[in-house]
Design a protein around this ligand. Structure first.
Ligand code: KIV
Length: 263
């Protein structure tokens, strides 16, 4: 069965947790979908994880169309949620045009936008036009830019704003909301306060679902890994060894052998 925004929404009522990964290419999508992931996000973190940028600010709608199309082609069961990159939803009309492109041209099932009250006109437009929308509050990488990646909502005033944003999005009809880098207690409070499911990243165990970047989980990403990431494999080590073995075989004339040649 292929997930829809409605089946994901219903999981909260049914008491079922939502499993999500953020990934950007055909083989990763095929593997994650086959493993039973419910929601595949094509995050604009692609700019940092695959393209080597410092932040997500350089991502364009063309980047997201390109990666979403590759992912959507592989997915049979999961809901595919495409991130709307910075500046692609500056006003409601622009948001609608770009969201429709992500759905119609690239094959996404839904879109995700960062923010609450500041983008309520855009969210309202998309929901009214029947586009399934996922919200995203807490740490907003498109707003943080080069600034500090930190936990948002430790301060009571900041926590209130995040809670209000989540409630506003819920009331406007988003089918789920990502809570990024917020204290576990705040995530729990939001999860109890909204009808739609919450999907946490660095937000503790009380959310209705969890999302991780697939490369982080696989241990491919070099550099500093956030504290909330759990590595389920060390693929970087395995890939390095394979590449090193190949180098040595070619250098020592051990590859290709007769078996690997057309005689
Ligand atoms: O860009 C991204 O990958 C995301 C998820 C981690 C939520 O926004």
């Amino acid at each position: 069965m292929k997930h829809t925004s409605q089946t994901i929404y219903s999981k909260k009522q049914a008491g079922e947790r939502i499993v999500s990964l953020s990934l950007y290419d055909y083989p990763s999508a095929r593997i994650a979908d086959g493993a039973g992931v419910d929601v595949i996000m094509v995050g604009d973190s692609v700019g940092m994880v695959l393209l080597g940028h410092e932040n997500t600010l350089g991502m364009t709608i063309e980047h997201m169309l390109y990666h979403t199309a590759a992912v959507a082609k592989a997915v049979k069961h999961a809901l595919v949620v495409a991130d709307m990159p910075i500046h692609s939803y500056n006003d409601p009309e622009k948001a609608l045009t770009n969201a429709q492109r992500l759905l119609r041209e690239a094959g996404a099932d839904a879109v995700k936008l960062e923010g609450g009250v500041k983008i309520q006109a855009q969210i309202k437009k998309l929901v009214t036009e029947g586009i399934p929308v996922m919200g995203h509050v807490g740490m907003l990488p498109q707003s943080v830019g080069d600034g500090k990646y930190r936990v948002y909502g430790k301060d009571p005033d900041e926590a209130t704003l995040i809670l209000e944003d989540a409630k506003l999005l819920d009331g406007m009809g988003v089918f789920a909301v990502v809570l990024e880098c917020v204290p576990a207690k705040l995530a729990e409070e939001i999860t109890k306060a909204v009808r739609c499911p919450t999907i946490g990243i660095g937000a503790g165990p009380a959310t209705d679902g969890q999302v991780l970047v697939f490369h982080d989980l696989l241990g491919i990403r070099s550099g500093v890994s956030p504290r909330f990431v759990r590595r389920y494999a060390d693929l970087e080590k395995i890939m390095k060894k394979a590449a090193g073995d190949y180098c040595r075989d070619v250098q020592n004339k051990k590859f290709p052998s007769k078996k690997e040649s057309f005689l």
